[in-house]
Design a protein around this ligand. Structure first.
Ligand SMILES: Cc1ncc(COP(=O)(O)O)c(C=O)c1O
Length: 451
């Protein structure tokens, strides 16, 4: 069978793995295949996938058996299903297993059924989505909240609904694909600023305003960058936006609920709650559900989003079960229990970083639910991910397009319910895998989209 995995003996087979070609290449090579036949021209990509799969270094499309949790059963990497320590799921406060959240979801299912049965503008809303808009607005101190079926849709929808061709977008060079793709779809005037660099933002704003006083300018950043575990200076960015008549949009997908006083994320931690022009986010990391939102204080923006954000207008609304789940999570996030869960999460985070540092590892960013463990080359990242999966430690090896080429890393996402014993068991395994991966010979030349 073509995709059957080759049994891998880590003590002997690194040279053979490197020679196989499975460590070479990157997704960028396959992005725009040539030829007239749309149904066949991606064949080289499928061949590359099969090669990597055979050698156990294709870490995507794994399957979870049962619920996501600190210990999970995972099938993938060419291996049979195995139970192990899970740093690859997103459930920062472990709320997807919380009894009150499960009870709320089941009550909504019993009361309203499983389906919203319409877009938010065409009877897809329910009492539960209305309550969710209200509670989220309270947490963020924003008067208007618009819900979306996914976080991706909130980001893409907000940017494309608000920005048009004559406007400008300044976007952090490492911002999420949903924001970047939204910007590219909205206008050709898109400029990336150096990651977190407010001086660069100031320079670009001044340049645009020197030429054009009428165009709108949207400045886009994130509360917590999920591949780098770092955050911008929000007070300064908001000040610059005011000074140059621009609008600031902050995506808080990864920090809202999981960080900051009362779960207000990096915005709250920086004293900016209620002071950011536009806040967007996703429920999928801390609030145990698919879904996303845009929050702001301008009623006209709300109206504009409702009518012109495609994923709001032309996609089915959040289901009652999803809305009830997020509502229950929000109540916990804002309660003393939420503080306890965030404190547990932060303890694991600090301990894991300290243990990895003692092992000589390089973790980037600052304490947050995310620990990016640097590997640099894609080859090292693939090997380390594969070795860890064989020891039942599940992490997400991140390479292009999730991160820039040559900046690969293992991304570990922590949960409040990870235990200190799991953290202590995982740290030396993580370090050993990264060290071993660093000893691999240079990979054979990459295959390419042209075969
Ligand atoms: C910053 C950011 N925005 C938006 C999204 C999309 O959210 P979702 O996966 O819930 O659609 C993500 C998720 O990866 C993200 O990291």
């Amino acid at each position: 069978m073509q995709n059957e995995a080759i049994p891998f003996d880590p003590s002997q087979d690194l040279p053979a793995l490197a020679a196989s070609g499975a460590l070479g290449g990157n997704v960028a090579l396959f992005r725009q295949p040539r030829g007239p036949d749309l149904m066949r021209r991606a064949q080289p990509l499928d061949d590359w996938y099969a090669l990597r799969m055979r050698h156990g270094v294709w870490p995507y499309n794994r399957r979870l058996e049962g619920a996501p949790g600190p210990l999970s059963t995972v099938e993938g990497d060419g291996l049979p299903a195995a139970r192990g320590i899970n740093f690859a799921s997103q459930d920062y406060l472990s709320l997807s297993a919380h009894p009150a959240v499960l009870a709320a979801a089941m009550a909504a299912l019993a009361e309203c059924g499983p389906h919203s049965a319409g877009s938010a503008v065409l009877l897809g809303n329910s009492r539960l989505t209305g309550a969710l808009e209200g509670l989220l607005g309270e947490l963020l101190q924003c008067r208007h909240v618009v819900l979306f079926p996914t976080g991706w849709g909130a980001a893409f929808g907000a940017v494309t609904a608000l920005v048009h061709g004559a406007d400008h977008v300044l976007i952090d060079g490492l911002a999420h694909a949903s924001l970047r793709q939204g910007a590219m779809a909205a206008t050709r005037n898109v400029t990336s600023f150096r990651h977190l660099d407010c001086d660069h933002v100031r320079e670009l704003l001044a340049g645009i305003r020197a030429m054009d006083s009428q165009a709108a300018i949207l400045v886009i950043t994130e509360g917590l960058f999920s591949m780098d575990a770092d955050s911008p200076d929000l007070p300064l960015l908001q000040y610059l936006c005011r000074e140059y008549g621009a609008t600031l949009l902050v995506d808080v997908a990864h920090d809202l609920g999981a960080m900051g006083p009362g779960g207000t994320g990096v915005i709250g931690a920086q004293g900016m709650i209620g002071k950011i022009d536009m806040v967007i986010g996703a429920f999928s990391k801390t609030f145990a559900s698919n879904g996303g939102f845009v929050a702001c204080d301008a009623p006209s923006v709300r109206r504009q989003l409702q009518l012109f954000a495609g994923p709001h207008m032309f996609s089915n609304a959040l289901s009652p079960v999803q809305a009830a789940t997020v509502l229950a999570c929000l109540r916990i996030v804002a309660s003393p229990e939420g503080e306890t869960l965030r404190a547990a999460l932060m303890r694991h985070e600090v301990e894991l970083r300290a243990l990895l540092k003692d092992e000589g590892m390089r973790c980037i960013g600052a304490p947050s639910p995310i620990v990016p463990l640097w590997t640099g080359t894609e080859a090292a990242c693939r090997i380390a991910g594969m070795l860890l999966a064989r020891q039942q430690v599940f992490v997400n090896p991140m390479e292009f397009p999730g991160v820039p080429l040559g900046a690969a890393r293992l991304r570990l996402q922590l949960m409040a319910q990870h235990t200190p014993a799991q953290i202590r068991r995982a740290a030396p395994l993580l370090a050993a895998a990264v060290r071993k991966a660093g000893t691999a010979p240079r990979p054979a030349l990459a295959p390419s989209a042209q075969g």
